[in-house]
Design a protein around this ligand. Structure first.
Ligand code: CA
Ligand code: CA
Ligand code: CA
Length: 435
């Protein structure tokens, strides 16, 4: 049998108790999937085959952190799998097989080796050393570090494309407990695993690689605050930067910390000063949206989290976005939208367009019906032709399919609706008359 603390086999140590309370050190076996067949029972298509091979040695880690196992049961029984798993899709008879190879972190660094023994020191890397050899920390177990696709053979020459992701560990808490089994102190960390950057490459016809890169910044709470998308790494012309802003300052009790108050997207690298206020450039602007919640001013922490107003960018002045209210909404106590108003031009009066929904509940409490009233069409002729408000017996608004060929769709009754606008249910049911 292998050494339990450095076990590279698929058998693993298990402790179990006899009726007389005697503890038995035993070995069980781990089984892995070597193939999956997906058969089409109704359509008659050929069975799809995927075969898996596992490269290198298996690995196991000491059960130090599961929070459930009592000390006397602990051993090296946590399955950490294989570093590389290869998948071959297809049988090769009716087309080329697809070959992929995935490299995983397994969380083997610091694996406990028994009292007084130094813990393991383990690093992992991708095939091109883009990661530079990172610590295979416990929390990275199962994280995909590299994914490669091949044509014909698992070799560098046959690589078609690949992606590599650098994991990042943010520790937020730790706990040390005394393991009475080993009479040793064991520290367990808690926190979150994030992706610091990802790089992609795909093989061009001339044999060189087209490379891309995305870097992500996070705040202290692990929220994404900037996505620096370099796109093609050989040119800055396609770079974009997306920033997400959250309320600042001490949050009040019950504050919702997940809702952003602003998303800014510009066509310049995040490392460029022009990617943020007060250095914005009009020509770089892609979009800028501010979100206001619960009827409060911009920047206030959401509590209920009802999006009551959204502002859109109208231009850039002095390096800052100029904003105008785009949409306002009201809600009932259940968080259902009562009114949505598309705010019109600031220089035009009476051009706001409000959609209203009235909900009718059954005495038992469930939603019985809802009535959605759309704003009148802008065309004066159609304004006159909207004879009554549309009513339907569903909690979901009826909309025209968005795949209509043109922006306006002329119905057989001679009425046109904008794509995505609501349809009177009378028209859908054929009961529309009087025009
Ligand atoms: Ca670029
Ligand atoms: Ca950058
Ligand atoms: Ca107006």
């Amino acid at each position: 049998m292998p050494s339990p603390s450095h076990n590279t086999k698929r058998c693993f140590p298990v402790k179990w108790e006899q009726p007389d309370k005697k503890l038995i050190n035993d070995w069980y076996h781990k089984y892995v999937v070597t193939g999956v067949l997906e058969s089409d029972d109704t359509g008659g298509s050929k069975t799809q085959q995927t075969h898996y091979t596992y490269v290198g040695n298996a690995a196991w880690r000491y059960a130090e952190d599961d929070g459930m196992t009592k000390d006397r049961w602990r051993t090296w029984s946590q399955w950490r799998g294989y570093s590389k798993v290869r998948a071959v899709l297809g049988d090769g008879e009716d087309g080329p097989q697809t070959r992929t190879e995935t490299t995983y972190a397994r969380g083997l660094d610091g694996n406990y080796q028994g009292k007084g023994n130094p813990r393991d020191s383990v690093t992992v890397n991708d095939s091109k050393n883009l990661l530079g050899g990172i610590t295979d920390r416990d929390q990275f177990a199962g994280v995909v570090l590299e994914s490669r696709t091949f044509n014909g053979a698992f070799s560098d020459d046959a690589e078609i494309s690949a992606s590599v992701a650098m994991p990042r560990w943010d520790k937020t808490i730790s706990r040390t407990f005394h393991d009475t089994n080993s009479d040793d102190d064991i520290t367990v960390d808690g926190g979150r695993v994030l992706t610091q950057w990802s790089k992609g490459r795909s093989r061009k016809a001339d044999g060189t690689d087209f490379t891309t890169q995305i870097t992500t910044d996070y705040d202290d709470l692990g929220r994404t605050i900037a996505v620096d998308n370099e796109g093609d790494t050989t040119t800055s012309a396609d770079d974009t930067c997306e920033r997400t802003v959250y309320p600042s300052g001490t949050p009040p009790a019950g504050a919702n910390l997940t809702l952003p108050i602003r998303t800014l997207s510009v066509s310049v690298d995040c490392d460029n000063a022009a990617s943020n206020e007060p250095n914005l450039v009009a020509g770089d602007m892609i979009s800028d949206t501010k979100m206001l919640y619960d009827g409060k001013a911009y920047g206030a922490y959401p509590t209920t989290g009802d999006l009551t107003s959204a502002e859109k960018v109208t231009g850039v002045s002095g390096g800052r976005s100029t904003m105008a209210t785009d949409v306002t909404s009201t809600y009932d106590g259940y968080g259902r939208v009562l009114t949505t108003t598309q705010v019109g031009d600031t220089n035009t009066t009476n051009d706001d367009r409000t959609t209203t929904t009235v909900y009718t509940n059954a005495p038992e409490g469930w939603l019985k019906s809802s009535t959605l009233t759309s704003p009148p069409e802008r065309c004066p002729r159609l304004c006159q032709r909207q004879p009554r408000r549309p009513t339907h017996r569903s909690s979901r608004p009826l909309t025209l399919p968005s795949a209509l060929p043109s922006k306006r769709h002329r119905s057989p009754a001679g009425i046109s609706f904008r794509r995505g606008s609501s349809i009177p249910s009378d028209l859908l049911s054929g009961r529309f008359s009087g025009l």
